[in-house]
Design a protein around this ligand. Structure first.
Ligand code: FAD
Length: 421
């Protein structure tokens, strides 16, 4: 879409067309009332490639990059409701088993889908595949326009919601910012949020001093749908099963490293890096034989002190950026999106309800407990499993063993891993 087609007023403007912003737009289109609302997505990057079938395909969009996302079984149900699973399912690798262990120490937890009577404990979807599915769905939506690449430079309260200023040479916006009005502004800008700073929304921030190195790894033997999470002295190392490409078995690596050594490790030649990785991970997936493009993500916990204001709501990483230790960031945001869309749909018969504080408070009240729990669980796990202090080593050894040995604990742990509790 170009400037000529830009309207002056929208019901909802979404800043950020990444994983969360684009999913929200698709979800809005599935409810009786919200599907009639006019929606504008503004994203600072060009749309994700249509042709991406796997994460190996080139995509320059930073949200739909070579990462993969582990989705819980309950997230699948949400994505089905959003009409997205029909496209995503074919590119999603089912997780049959989860294996959690502590490097060099006895004690492991094994979850098996058969013990829970479910088709899969979860799924792994490459972000590029996610982006292509979102993009294809957005193109079909009649009430939703995408302006990209364009940037929202400021937002301020107005009588009916928020006034937003936009720039974007490539979509024909002049150097003078264009203005649009929104009854509700959804900020889904990702971890860095200049808009929050401009609006004076404080976000607490704790740097974990760790970086995640991610890459796709070619395996010498089938992974059989097993997701491995191995805790090492620098932090967790995950190998998540991916669908094969051209007959090659693959896993998605998320390797937590000390911030000061990550650049140097990422710069190693393939053979040395694979040997280092094999040493850390062990032989459970056979020989690790190929490593793809690498990327590094600094890890921190960031939580917004306010998520709603009149005419404004924060979603996704802007609201809560979590450590990827338990793969919960997107899963949590899917539950937020589900609740927000349901609340907006229910409230839409009330005059001026879209951006009203009573509507937005109802949304937040429905989400606060889950958000707080996930924030404290991922933060607690990160700190427990990134330490060599003897007390913590014993605690996690006892934890992993007892989860594996006590059926009731295993059921609770499994239900949580699948997102059902
Ligand atoms: C290594 C790693 C592994 C992960 N693994 C998992 C996992 O397995 N499971 C899981 O559930 N979660 C996982 N996560 C978390 C998940 O990736 C995030 O929750 C998710 O990407 C958040 O999406 P977002 O849309 O909020 O932000 P982003 O993906 O950062 O998207 C923000 C978008 O906003 C745009 N933007 C920013 N500012 C502006 C502006 N002013 N104007 C216009 N556009 C703007 C950007 O261009 C971008 O497109 C992982 C995270 C990391 C780092």
């Amino acid at each position: 879409m170009r400037r000529e087609d830009l309207k002056q007023e929208y019901d909802i403007v979404i800043v950020g067309g990444g994983m969360v912003g684009a999913t929200l737009a698709c979800a809005l289109a599935t409810r009786a009332v919200t599907k009639t609302l006019s929606v504008l997505i503004v994203d600072s990057q060009p749309p994700a490639g249509q042709s991406a079938k796997t994460g190996e395909a080139a995509t320059t969009h930073e949200s739909f990059d070579s990462r993969s996302t582990a989705l819980s079984a309950s997230s699948r149900l949400i994505l089905e409701r959003f009409g997205l699973w029909s496209q995503l399912g074919a590119g999603a690798c089912p997780i049959n088993k989860i294996h959690v262990s502590d490097q060099g120490r006895f004690g492991a937890t094994k979850l098996d889908r058969a013990d829970f009577g479910v088709p899969a404990l979860g799924y792994v979807v490459e972000n590029a595949v996610f982006g292509a599915a979102l993009n294809a769905t957005l193109e079909q939506l009649t009430h939703c326009a995408v302006l990209a690449p364009a940037r929202v430079t400021s937002a301020s309260p107005s009588t009916n919601g928020m006034t937003i200023e936009l720039t974007g040479d490539d979509v024909g916006l002049s150097s003078q910012p264009s203005r649009v009005e929104a009854k509700l502004l959804v900020v889904a800008e990702g971890g860095r949020s200049p808009l929050c700073e401009q609006l004076g929304i404080v976000r607490s921030s704790e740097d974990y001093g760790q970086h995640a190195l991610i890459a796709n790894v070619g395996l010498s033997q089938p992974h059989e749908g097993v997701a491995f999470e191995r805790f090492t002295n620098t932090g967790p190392l995950a190998m998540l099963p991916l669908l094969p490409v051209a007959g090659e078995q693959r896993a998605s690596l998320v390797w937590t490293l000390d911030a000061d050594e990550s650049e140097q490790i990422a710069a190693l030649d393939d053979a040395t890096l694979l040997a280092r990785l094999q040493d850390k991970f062990g032989g459970r997936l056979g020989r690790l034989q190929r490593i793809g493009a690498r990327a590094i993500y600094p890890l921190s916990l960031r939580v917004a002190r306010e998520q709603i204001r009149p005419g404004l709501v924060l979603l996704g990483n802007v609201a809560h950026t979590l450590h990827p230790v338990a793969g919960q960031g997107m899963n949590l945001s899917l539950r937020d999106i589900d609740a927000l869309v349901a609340t907006l749909d229910d409230a839409s018969h009330e005059e001026g309800a879209l951006g009203s504080m009573s509507t937005l408070r109802r949304y937040l009240a429905a989400r606060e407990a889950d958000q707080s729990l996930m924030i404290s669980v991922t933060d607690g796990l990160t700190k427990l499993f990134s330490s060599d202090a003897q007390a913590k080593v014993w605690l996690r050894k006892a934890g992993l063993l007892s989860i594996d040995l006590i059926p009731a604990l295993k059921k609770t742990f499994g239900a949580r891993a699948m997102g059902f509790e």
